[in-house]
Structures are given as structure tokens and as C-alpha cells.
Design a protein around this ligand. Sequence first.
Ligand code: UD1
Length: 367
Amino acid sequence: MHVVGTRPNFPKAAPVVRAIERRDVAQILVHTEQHYDPALSDETMHDVGLREPDYRLGVGSGSHATQTARAMVRLEELIEKVSPAAVVVYGDVNTALAAALVAKKLLLPVVHVEAGLRSGDREMPEEINRVVVDAVADLLLATCQDGVDNLVSEGVAADKIKMVGNPMADSVLTMLGQAVCTPPEGPMYAVVTMHRPANVDSMPAAKATVAAIHHVADQMDVVAVMHPRGRERLDAAGLQRHERVRVSPPIRYAEFVHLVSTAALVLTDSGGIQEETTILGVPCLTLRTTTERPITVTQGTNRLITLANVRREAESVARGTSTRAVMRPALWDGHAGDRIADEILAYLRRTGTNLAAATRHMEPALR
Ligand code: UD1
């Protein structure tokens, strides 16, 4: 059983679900619906080629406790009904936390895709989710070597950890091959996304975020693609009071990847976008003091910046003087889905699971 629920889950899960389908093993896809707006949910699922979920749980928005608890109660009922052999969770979102806790307490193996990432910042809700999910997971699939190293240093047994590469790269590279929309032509532009609580949840933080965005807009046109979280507060903090800032509602994944692929620069606080820009070779400025994805800085196109130096960084991109040797990290090669499928199935065979031959969807009786 794969459990997904948010926009960043879909590009990671899609290549894994497809790869297991090719190996003819039965699987169940569950969407908690932590995200439910079409651009964040169904349109993005469609773009990355994730099939229609077998179950939708209608969890929706709420405080962390409300959202996680609702997901846990509904997942527990479902897991007891359908008895999967294992539960696969993705990334660091509340959906992954809820699914891992429920599955483990029902004595099922938990597989964590994107294990071992650590920002070291326990004020980030996702950091709590990462630490807890990895603490209960049985098979920990890391996207990069620092993820493996973090887990080993936390005492996780080496035989539970596998370095499989990044399934996000599978989706980004597939997406690039599909001509789904035409990116804007003309002058250089930056794409901006901001949604972290630390950058948008209070008025002082929102004002600082808007100032950073305006520093970029002094250098080039800005398309600010707004996540629903913080949209109103950034607007109230004056986001649109710069003639080169254009605000867009959330856009579906295919459009977003194409928009980023021809951008001169991305300014963000997202985790996934730090990876996507590294895969696409587009310079990325991340308005955070830490990152759980240091490889995007050491090998990729990412830089952590503050309000104090964003202007200088944006200027150097605009002038074309921001040259750095950039390398796509090892195993971010478009084949992570296959490696993950092989590791999951090998784990299940090792632990004696009789894998049902199968079908895309489970028997109706199991629903
Ligand atoms: C969640 C993840 C975050 C990830 C982000 C990607 C957690 C703890 N956080 O943050 O790691 O980077 O998704 O997008 O899981 N909303 C809508 N429509 C939707 C979904 C949400 O309008 O379809 C609004 C609601 O007001 C909601 C708010 O956005 O309260 C926050 O949504 P939530 O899922 O709680 O967290 P994100 O900020 O999206």
C-alpha cells in the first residue's frame, strides 16, 4: 500500500507505482487528500502519471494534530480492512507521519522513500516527521549519501538502509520530454514560491519575505506562484506593490516544471524545488537558514540566502557572473523508481511475504 496526500508526494510516488506495476505485483494506492485543490492534487497526479487512487480519505486541512489524527484514524480502519503486506510512505509530510505510525502499530513493515534527510532544525514540522518516520521504518530508502550517513549516525542498522537515488528526478525528466505548454518567451524571469510557516505565517516574516522577492524583482521579472498557505499575508505585506511582480495561483506540475526549466533564477523556501532546480540546472536561492538537502548546495545549483544577501545573489545571476560547476547528484538519473521497486520487492521476499500476482486494482471485495 502506498500512502500519498500532498503535492510533493505525487512526483516521488508515480515512478515507484509504475515500476511495481511493471513487476506485476498487486498494490493499493491511498490518497489522504491532505491536499485537495486541483492544481495541488488531481491535476498534478495526472501530470506525473499517477493512476486514480483506490481510496480517498478526505482528510483536508487543519492543525497538525487535527490533520495527522484524522489521517491516522481513517488509515487504521482502511489498513485493517485491506491487510497490505507493507506500507510505503513518501517524504516528510503529515500524511507520511500518520501512515508510518498507524502501519507500525498494526505490526506492518514501513518503507520510507526519501529517508535520512535532516535539516537539524526541530522548529520545522517536517523535521519532526522525518525523525519519527525514520525511527519506525523497516526499509529506509535514501536519495543521496548524506541521507545514508545521517541514518547511520543515528544508529539505524546498515542493512535497513539503501541508497536508491531520487524518484523526483524520474518525474522531472519525464515531464521535460513532454511538450505540455509553452514557457514564456522574452526577457529573463525568476520564479518565486514561498510557503514555509517561518516565512509566511506572521506579518513581520511576510514583510521580510516580500522584501526579498522585491530585491529579485529589481533585477528581473518575477512570476510568484502562490501556495494557498500565506497567499493573503504576502499580499497584505505588499507583494504586488512592485511593477515586475506577477502573481499566479498554484499551477499544475507540468506547467510548473516547464516554467522553471526556462527561468533564469528561482527563489524559494520549498524542499522539493531545491531538488528540481538542481535536476534542471537552474540557479536556486533558498530563503532559509538550513536545508535538509545539502547536496543541492554542494553539487547542485542551490544557495541558502538571507534578506541581507539576496540582492547581491540575484544581481550576479542577472549579470551572468554566477558561474559554478554543477553536477547532477549520483543516481538522480531517471531510474530511481525501478531501483525502489526492486528494493521493496526484495525486502518483502526476504521477509517471507507471498506477493500476490496482480492487477492494477485490488479485488472489489477488498474495498
Ligand atoms: C504541506 C507540507 C509541506 C510541503 C507542502 C507542499 C506538512 C507538515 N507540510 O504544507 O512539507 O512542503 O505541503 O505543498 O505536511 N490549502 C488549500 N488547499 C489545499 C491544501 C491546503 O487551500 O489543497 C491551504 C489550507 O488553508 C491549509 C494550508 O493550505 O490550512 C496548509 O496546508 P497543509 O497541508 O496543512 O500544509 P502545507 O503548508 O501545504
